[in-house]
Design a protein around this ligand. Structure first.
Ligand SMILES: [Zn+2]
Length: 98
């Protein structure tokens, strides 16, 4: 019986996610979805990898922020450090084109 809930997504059709690096909420479509494969974080370019995902602005600075904050193990609920080299290669090799 919660007819007057706090969630009002109706007027905002765009789903939003929080960047794990800078913690800024951004439209999901502008963020890179990341997934975990074993102990590697990989860019989930097709959005099809199973399991928990994390969202990141497609920028190296946000990746570095996320690494410094140890945001990835937290986002993926794993105890150990994760290898983000594939995400870095993706960000460095393919500049984000709007
Ligand atoms: Zn960011």
């Amino acid at each position: 019986m919660r007819r007057h809930g706090k969630l009002e997504y109706g007027c905002h059709a765009t789903p939003q996610r929080t960047c794990v690096g800078c913690r800024v909420r951004t439209a999901k479509s502008e963020l890179l979805r990341l997934a975990r494969v074993e102990d590697q974080v990989v860019p989930d370019l097709r959005g099809r990898l199973p399991g928990r995902g994390a969202s990141l602005h497609p920028s190296v600075s946000c990746l570095e922020l996320a690494e410094r904050r140890r945001a990835f193990p937290r986002a993926f609920r794993v105890p150990g450090p994760l290898d983000v080299s594939r995400v870095r290669a993706h960000l460095e090799g393919e500049p984000h084109v709007m």
